[in-house]
Design a protein around this ligand. Structure first.
Ligand code: C5P
Length: 217
């Protein structure tokens, strides 16, 4: 039997990251935040002053990323990068780089290497459709854009970063559109995915609904 995987895909700020961590914790499994790999690539592209439109150069950066995930975050080239990759500027560049098929191919093996016993919870945009097509349980986590923008706004303010709901909404719509409309690995539910709408659910309720689905697999 292959190592079990639960994939959690969905639009930006749908709560995937938090939910994935909590589900992984409950099951004692590993977790993959695939968006972090796109964000780390974006950070390296900025640091190395690479042209974001140079598809091959960007893929080369991704191929050679020196990444180390640890329980509190992630290091890039031995330096703590957890906070840096959360910046909106880095997220935006990650979203602009993401349509590049060479970049996506370069990150494929790295993502699949996270599939280790006793199991993996992987969150992103194409975990169920491309990276882990044979996942035993696929979740597509959605929430309406207002709910997502409010959550993101609250998170940023809690971190002491200034945020404006109107700008966040516009930004989020733009990012969703880019993820949905791109030709390669667009954001869409896998045919066999369960759609979970968290607009009116707490994190606990969302986690529980996924654990319930898993117990029935
Ligand atoms: O999920 P997160 O916001 O951290 O991801 C940053 C960007 O990376 C997203 O806007 C998306 O364009 C891209 N991404 C992707 N495929 C994934 C994960 C993230 O294209 N599996």
């Amino acid at each position: 039997h292959p190592v079990p995987v639960i994939t959690i895909d969905g639009p930006t700020a749908s709560g995937k990251g938090t939910v994935a961590h909590r589900v992984a914790q409950a099951l004692g499994w590993h977790v993959l935040d695939s968006g972090a790999l796109y964000r780390l690539t974006a950070l390296a592209v900025i640091q190395k002053d690479i042209d974001p439109d140079d598809a091959e150069a960007v893929a080369h950066v991704a191929q050679n990323l020196q990444v180390e995930f640890h329980p509190e975050g992630v290091r890039l080239d031995k330096l703590e990068a957890s906070e840096l990759i959360r910046q909106e500027q880095v997220g935006n560049l990650a979203s602009r780089l993401a349509p590049n098929p060479l970049l996506r191919a370069a990150l494929l093996g790295r993502q699949r290497a996270f599939r280790q016993a006793p199991g993996l919870v992987a969150d992103g945009r194409d975990m169920g459709t491309i990276v882990f097509q044979d996942a035993q349980l696929k979740i597509f986590l959605v929430a309406d854009v207002q709910a997502r923008a409010q959550r993101r706004c609250k998170q940023l303010i809690e971190k002491g970063i200034s945020a404006n709901l109107k700008d966040l909404l516009a930004d989020m719509r733009e990012r969703d559109a880019r993820d949905i409309e791109r030709a390669v690995a667009p954001l869409l539910p896998a045919q066999d995915a369960h759609v979970v709408d968290s607009s009116n659910l707490t994190i606990d309720q969302t986690v529980q609904s996924i654990l319930d689905l898993w117990s029935r697999v």
